[in-house]
Structure formats: C-alpha cells, structure tokens
Design a binder for this molecule. Structure first.
Ligand code: ATP
Ligand code: MG
Length: 450
C-alpha cells in the first residue's frame, strides 16, 4: 500500500492541482502493468505526447488485485493516436476512443476530455433534457479529464516513465479508506449518466468498499433514471454485474437501492411474492460466482434463465387457464416475458435461444423412461438444465428425487443406466395401467340385448 502521503506540487503545467506520489511513496510498479500498455505509453511519449495509465488498471494494481484491462489517457487526439499505431482503430460515437490491438489484448486509448460548458458544438457534446450526456467528445487537459471521471479511485494517473501517480480528486486517500466517492455533485453526475449508479454498486461489491454517504444518498430516488439508458448498453452493463464473480453481493445492493426492480420489474415482483424465489436467485448467483472464480465456463444465458424463470412459470399457469394447450401456453409465456424484459435490457437472440432450451428441458427432465433419458442427456443444454433443476430443488421445490436420479444416471455405467431407464419405463407403464379405465367387457360377457 501507499507508504505515506506527501503534497508535492510539481511545476508541470497539467499537474499543478494534483497531489503527486513519487516512486518511493507508492507500491505501484511497472512490472505489474501490461507490456502492451507500457509500449503504447512509451510510443506516445516519444512523439511528445502526455500519456498515463488510468482507471481500473491503476486502482486494481494499488489494491494488489488483477486488473481486467489497462486504459491509457493521453493529450493526443484519436486521429493522432490512430496514426501512431498501425494496429489501431477508432471506435464509439457517444465517446470516441482508440483501440490498439496487441494479439488478443486491446489497450483503450482515450483523449483527455473536458467539462461541458454548454456552449460546445452539438457534434462534440450533447445532453438530453434531463441532463443525460448523449455525447462526450470535448477534449481537455489531464485535470479536466480527472474531473469528468466517475469515482475518485478511478481517476488516478500513473506515469510508468517517471513512476509518479497524479491524484486530482483524493483517490489515493479513498483507496486507503476503502471508500467509493463520486467526483462532483452526486445528483448531477448520476443524472448525467445513470449507468454510474450501477458502477457504484458493482465497484463497492467487488472491491469491498463503502459507498460514501453523499454519493449513496440520491441513488434510490434516481434509480428510475436507469431505464433511460439504451437497452443495448444495459445488456453490456448487466454482464459486468452478473458475470464478474460478485453477482451475489451486487444483487443485494441492486435490491437495496431499488435498481433491481427497475432493471427486472417482472422478476422483482415475483421475488416479492415468494421468498423461495430469492433463495433460487441467491443460490444461482453464489454458484455462478464460484464457477467464475475457479475459472469454469459460464454463460449469461444461465443467469438470465434463472432471473426470468419465476415469471415464466407464473405466466404459463395464467395462460393455461385461457384454454391454451400446454405447448401454446409455454410458447406464449416465453414470448411475453422475453419481450417485456427486452424493453429494458436487450438480450441477444443467441442467449434467449439457449434460455428457452434450458426452460424446455425443465419439462422434459421428469419424462425420462426408456430411450428418452439417453436422448435428453445428449442435448447440448442438458448440463445447464440439470444444474438449473438442482437449484430449483435447493430453493425448496419438491421434485421427488428427480435431481438425485439424474445425478445417479450420469454417474452410472451403461448397464445400470439401461436398468434405471427401464425401471422408469415399467413404473410409467404401471402408473398408466392403474390409471386406465376398467376394460369394457367383451361382447360375450355383455348382457344379451336380444
Ligand atoms: P473495470 O475495467 O475493472 O470494470 P474500470 O474502472 O477500468 O473497471 P472501465 O469501464 O474499464 O472501468 O472504464 C475505465 C475508466 O473510465 C474508469 O476507471 C473511469 O475513470 C472512466 N469511466 C468509465 N465509465 C465511466 C462513466 N460512465 N462515467 C465516468 N467515467 C467513466
Ligand atoms: Mg477497465
């Protein structure tokens, strides 16, 4: 961690209002930084540009964590950056940045942005009536760039060339105090970009930081603003919420701030109606987090299948009373629930297809007699559907040992599998025999009608 805090005012033009932490005052060593990011910074510096590592890369290295990616901030314009790196391209409209590619690694290079005075060219910057930033391409210097970032802990600039950290907003102190503090007026900054509320929740859960009280205060009342964000952007954000290994604490915080009900109104209603659904969500999230942290494969389709399942079940039951066949009711329930959810978060088709398969298999798993069991097990979504069933059982649903049966079936050898499937077959026959109506008497036994 940082050894001591010194207020050292350097003569450098852009760092006049920053606290500068020299090499000996911090534990951030270039060795922990990606080689690709270092190369980008060096080349920009060689062309007389300022260039720093910023954002999660600096924050996570200071916290002894493993940064997900490394971002670079510079005074070079996107076009200048683009010209310096052959392997680069300009992306984004709302926020233009340059992606510099090194094999599989991408370094995001962002030009210093500035505050909005309201007089800029509409092409560069624009806001909606309620203050939401629609475009943010007004360039500035390092200090203005620091002030337009979201949280103080995300606004630290590290120069691997001088080994100094520049702190304009008190981020180093907040890292030491494990505090997540928004830069500027919380209300304005959350209105400007409501996704910052989700980021507050995510970083506080992931880093184990407390959201500073003034930062937290307006979130509950501003929560409905999250629905103004495009459904495509919310899909991306939802992946960061649920697929980063901290979905359980994130879910609790989303609920606490009323954000979950805004993002998943249908699921929130069901969770309110039945406590076992909350257990179902929590178990699924705890499982997903464990899988992610142990490097196992996860698909967003699974967690989305979980989040929408209570609504699917309820909708199927309602539709069945409307004289629809079970197949029609199921199909319509999928349609209705998915299209409602996609108004908020647009789930890509390839994932909603997988979700439907997981749901369909819930109805097939009990029907396992004879060859059916073998066919179900060959289904590409069998494993996900089986995990899903176990979670349903763990949340208190009674399926008469179905989960255990499938566990045993998978563990059994071929001979025993045949035996298990046949037992189901004969049990099914016995059940259906006993349910059959008594046979009509043969004509010879029937009373003589003559
Ligand atoms: P991680 O990559 O671990 O999720 P990060 O802090 O690096 O965390 P990114 O989404 O990669 O987050 O963004 C990089 C930096 O850009 C952030 O640290 C922050 O300074 C700034 N930033 C990102 N999104 C916003 C936003 N919505 N509003 C203001 N600043 C933002
Ligand atoms: Mg990042």
């Amino acid at each position: 961690m940082l050894k001591r805090l010194i207020n050292l005012f350097t003569g450098a033009k852009d760092s006049s209002k920053s606290t500068v932490y020299k090499n000996s005052d911090h534990n951030l060593s270039s060795e922990k930084v990606s080689q690709a990011a270092l190369k980008v910074i060096q080349r920009l510096a060689d062309s007389n540009h300022q260039a720093y590592l910023v954002g999660g890369g600096v924050r996570d290295v200071l916290l002894d964590g493993d940064p997900k990616d490394f971002d670079v901030a510079t005074d070079a314009t996107p076009e200048q950056v683009r010209r310096l790196f052959r392997n680069s391209r300009i992306v984004g409209r709302r926020f233009r940045i340059v992606h510099v590619r090194f094999g599989r690694e991408i370094i995001e290079v962002t030009t210093f942005r500035s505050d909005h005075t309201g007089e800029e060219d509409q092409k560069l910057s624009s806001r909606s009536e309620d203050g939401m930033l629609l475009r943010d391409n007004v360039f500035g210097d390092i200090e203005s760039d620091a002030r337009r970032r979201d949280f103080t802990v995300n606004a630290l600039y590290f120069s691997p060339i001088t080994n100094e950290i520049f702190d304009f907003t008190g981020g180093v102190n907040d890292i030491n105090d494990k505090t997540l503090r928004i830069i500027g007026d919380p209300q304005t900054r959350f209105k400007e970009d409501p996704v910052r509320m989700l980021r507050a929740v995510r970083f506080s859960a992931k880093l184990g930081f407390t959201i500073e009280s003034k930062t937290a205060a307006p979130i509950k009342s501003l929560a409905p603003a999250i629905t103004q964000v495009s459904s495509a952007r919310l899909w991306d954000e939802s992946l960061k919420l649920f697929m980063s290994g901290y979905s359980l604490p994130i879910f609790h915080k989303l609920e606490e701030f009323g954000l979950f009900a805004q993002l998943f109104p249908g699921s929130a209603e069901q969770v309110q109606a039945r406590a076992s659904f909350r257990v179902f969500f929590e178990n699924a999230m705890a499982n997903t987090d464990t899988r992610i942290r142990s490097g196992k494969r996860v698909t967003p389709a699974f967690i989305y299948a979980v989040l929408l399942w209570p609504e699917i079940e309820a909708r199927i039951e309602t539709l069945k009373t409307e004289k629809l066949t079970p197949a029609e009711a199921t199909h319509q329930a999928y349609q209705q629930v998915l299209s409602r959810q996609c108004q908020f978060i647009s789930i890509p088709k390839r994932f909603s297809t997988t979700m439907r398969e997981i749901w369909d298999l819930q109805a097939r798993l009990p029907r396992r007699a004879g060859q059916r069991a073998f066919r179900i097990m060959e289904h590409p979504r069998f494993r996900a559907a089986y995990d899903f069933l176990l979670l349903r059982e763990q949340s208190g649903e009674d399926h008469q040992g179905l989960g255990q049966w499938w566990t045993d079936f998978q563990n059994a050898n071929d001979v025993n599998r045949e035996k298990m499937a046949n037992e189901q077959h004969s049990r099914g026959r016995n059940n259906s025999n006993s349910r059959r109506r008594p046979r009509r008497k043969s004509p010879s036994n029937s009373p003589d009608v003559n």
